[in-house]
Design a binder for this molecule. Structure first.
Ligand code: BGC
Length: 777
């Protein structure tokens, strides 16, 4: 059977070719009707049949574009080309080198998702997306597998760096901006991982148990906004189950909500794993639920579809629906439209966009006045760079989200470019140690953690002890110290509290010792955090003079750090997630996997009693995720959601709120009252009147960023929302509901710092929905 399927798909006789209709935008029906069942089945299954049996597992298709993650198969008889899917999301992820080919195929490394979102700048995010879309096409691909719109439910999730925020509105707006940018180039995206993929541990099987309200309001809302505002070409269905049903077999999720409620018009593709028969997930369930494309694809899945239709278990209508949508996707692609890949994108131009985005995304957490650094004219300032991350600066995370960049600007290069020379002896110690540590890592690699394989991203190298004598030598020859604290994380594994969220004892000692020695000489210490997500700061932040959250900022990171430290740029990044005092302060930490050092691709469903947080995870906290918990319940945090310092100051005018039809517009003027040019972010939170549903004290409903304002300059910002955006999900009535009453519109610079308010009386709003995603147990 399987042999028959494939031979039909690939070796149609040339005699037949002449008679078959050739695919065009106008004859999708004709092509659909001409196709055999075997051809249809093969089109619905990705073309990387060797994915599980070769090193391709890490996302290395080797047919058309080496290193791309997936493809759709060609059917030359109908003029249907192969289309190519590449990871993402921080840039195009393909192999940089090809055998017997002197050319290189490096792609621009843009800031990771958490950094991009921290720009709070949708226009800049769209430009990043546009540059990525351009590289997708230039490198002979059609779709980038991103953006990731999952919610930072807990700071320990290993893939938070790829996602945007704990807040769904911000997630949706940034995702839509990215998608609109990519798609403006005529390339596609895959909005992923739909949905409730809140943890990496046992991601292929875990049952994410969540209330209907939290699902609709928190975990789906970002996807909803992105779908409504940018119509992604494709959406990727997540691996996990939701309330007992695999997302990939979930008709509620993939059809009723995504298509019927939100009006999604593209294709759904599965995340990179097929059926899981032992857990009851069959290929035909996936097709029936509305997955139009099964990635990465296997011959068995083609046979399953053919057999499903023949046996009557899968209807021909369900197959045709998916095929029609797939053909509609194909006619949009660069490959179908005859785009000639140049393999030569403008990496220099795109590096400038990456640098701009990284600079705007970095968040200044602390500054006791030492920044921006000021040196006398003619001074030849010197910096002592401590921490392995200063020299082995991590541009992105590991796993499918890593990008093979042409270079990475570390802090040595970045600061040197800004005229600040690193102390050579310390640089030599670290650089030699890192070279050794990398070799040791290679030698000791256990070989089973695929995301630690070469081409899967840079690893963090452990810290070394710096002696008192060495510190004294450094302080004598430098004007300041920078201590970099790096973190690496990625696909397949969640972070631990000790040593990952928290500092290691060695890191803590380093910050403390450097601070003591430098402060004794009246010299400043800056900590640079090089991590895709949150770390603990409360216990050590008193030591350094300044702290800059640099994230994993892409290939230009060191330049962006230098731009900010020297004041060439004014910090305007703002946190998109709460920084708690301790990881346990998040209510979700009680029901988040911890210290389960489990390899994702091990079968977890090996009988026995289900293990909490591994086989199933209760989202006990419901909608009380991130600031919705901390702010509403008055809990102390290290840094609140939306927080970030600047080198200048801004005054806000009194906000004015107006209603016109179903739109609400809030205007506010922002004036730069300081002495340096800079940008400010206005964050609009809404506090609802007491009503039938318990609501967070306030929720982000819109935001806007100023252009660069010169000292004394004013800009009036307008923030628009719909009355529907004020609604919460009422499970009892299966509806979106906003009570009548007086709403308070708060303009703030972070969730805890309100600058002005205005009120508006509104009538009730109600919108019935299906009862989709109701909990079974
Ligand atoms: C990841 C996706 C990725 C895909 C292809 C999966 O394991 O979850 O995010 O796009 O692999 O590499």
């Amino acid at each position: 059977m399987k042999t028959l399927v494939l031979s039909l798909a690939f070796t149609m006789s040339t005699a037949a070719m002449g008679q078959a209709p050739q695919l065009s935008r106008d004859n999708i029906d004709a092509v659909l009707h001409a196709m055999t069942l075997e051809e249809k089945a093969s089109l619905l299954v990705g073309g990387e049949y060797d994915f599980w049996t070769t090193t391709a597992m890490a996302g290395n298709s080797s047919r058309t574009v080496p290193g791309a993650a997936g493809s759709t198969i060609p059917l030359p008889r109908y003029g249907i080309p192969e289309t190519v899917l590449t990871d993402g999301p921080a840039g195009v992820r393909i192999n940089p080198l090809r055998p017997n080919d002197p050319k290189t195929y490096y792609a621009t490394g843009f800031p990771v998702g958490s950094c991009l979102a921290a720009t709070w700048n949708t226009e800049l995010t769209s430009r990043v997306g546009k540059a990525i879309g351009n590289e997708v096409k230039a490198y002979n691909c059609d779709v980038i597998l991103g953006p990731g719109a999952n919610i930072h439910r807990n700071p320990l999730c290993g893939r938070n760096f790829e996602y945007y925020s704990e807040d769904p509105l911000l997630t949706g707006k940034i995702a839509a901006a990215y998608i609109n940018g990519v798609q403006s180039e005529g390339a596609g995206v895959s909005l992923k991982h739909y949905a409730v993929n809140s943890q990496e541990t046992n991601r292929l099987y875990v049952d994410e148990r969540v209330s209907q309200r939290a699902a609709r309001e928190i975990y789906l809302r970002g996807f909803e906004i992105a779908v409504r505002e940018s119509q992604p070409w494709t959406v990727m269905s997540a691996y996990n189950r939701i309330n007992g049903t695999f997302a990939q077999a979930n008709d509620d999720l993939l059809t009723r909500i995504l298509r019927d409620d939100w009006g999604f018009k593209g294709i759904v593709m599965t995340d990179w794993c097929g059926k899981r028969e032992s857990a009851g997930l069959l290929t035909i369930d996936e097709v029936r639920a509305g997955n139009d494309l099964l990635e990465p694809g296997s011959k068995e899945q083609i046979a399953d579809i053919v057999e499903g239709v023949r046996s009557g278990k899968l209807s021909m209508e369900a197959v045709d629906l998916c095929v029609r949508r797939l053909l509609e996707y194909i006619v949009r692609t660069p490959h179908f439209n005859g785009y000639q890949a140049t393999n030569n994108p403008d990496l220099q131009a795109h590096a400038l966009v990456a640098r701009e985005a990284a600079t705007e995304g970095m968040v200044l957490l602390k500054n006791n006045g030492v920044l921006p650094l000021g040196f006398k004219p003619g001074a030849q300032p010197r910096v002592a760079l401590f921490g392995t991350g200063s020299y082995n600066f991590l541009s992105g995370g590991v796993g499918s989200g890593c990008v093979h960049t042409p270079y990475i600007v570390d802090l040595v290069q970045g600061l040197r470019g800004a005229g600040i020379e690193p102390t050579p002896d310390l640089a030599e110690i670290y650089q030699k140690y890192i070279a050794y540590a990398k070799l040791k890592f290679e030698a000791d690699r256990p070989g089973e953690r695929w995301f630690e394989a070469p081409l899967m991203g840079d690893q963090k190298m452990p810290e070394i002890e710096i002696s008192q004598l060495c510190l004294e030598r450094q302080v004598a020859q430098s004007d300041l110290a920078v201590v970099t604290i790096s973190r690496q994380a990625g696909e397949g594994i969640d972070r631990k509290v000790e040593g990952e969220f928290n500092l290691t004892p060695l890191e803590r000692k380093l910050i403390q010792d450097v601070s003591t020695v430098y402060h004794a000489e009246g010299k400043p210490v800056v900590v640079v955090i090089n991590s895709g997500s949150v770390i603990e700061t409360a216990s050590w932040r008193v030591f350094p003079d300044a702290i800059l959250m640099a994230w994993q900022p892409g290939e230009e990171g060191g330049n962006s750090v230098a731009d900010l430290l020297t004041g060439k740029a004014c910090p305007s990044g703002r946190l998109t997630m709460t920084w708690p005092l301790a990881a346990t302060d998040h209510p979700s930490t009680r029901c988040f996997p911890q210290d389960m050092d489990l390899f994702t691709y091990e079968s977890m469903s090996s009988g026995g009693q289900p293990v909490p947080n591994r086989d199933y995870t209760e989202h006990e906290e419901g909608i009380w995720v991130g600031y919705r918990h901390f702010d509403s319940r008055g809990r102390e945090v290290a840094y609140p959601f939306g927080y970030g310092l600047s080198y200048t100051t801004f005054d806000f005018g009194k906000p004015v709120v107006k209603r016109s039809g179903d739109k609400i517009v809030v205007s506010v003027s922002v004036k730069n009252t300081g002495s340096m040019a800079g940008k400010e972010v206005a964050q609009l939170y809404v506090a609802a009147p007491k009503g039938s549903l318990e609501k967070p004290a306030k929720e982000l409903k819109a935001f806007a960023k100023t252009r660069t304002l010169q000292p004394g300059e004013t800009q009036t910002l307008q923030m628009t929302l719909a009355t529907r955006d004020l609604a919460s999900y009422d499970e009892a009535g299966s509806q979106w509901l906003a009570d009548a009453g007086t709403y308070t519109f708060l303009v703030a610079t972070d969730v805890a710092t309100v600058k002005g308010r205005a009120t508006l009386a509104l009538p009730a709003y109600a919108e019935k929905t299906s009862n989709a995603l109701a909990r079974q147990q």
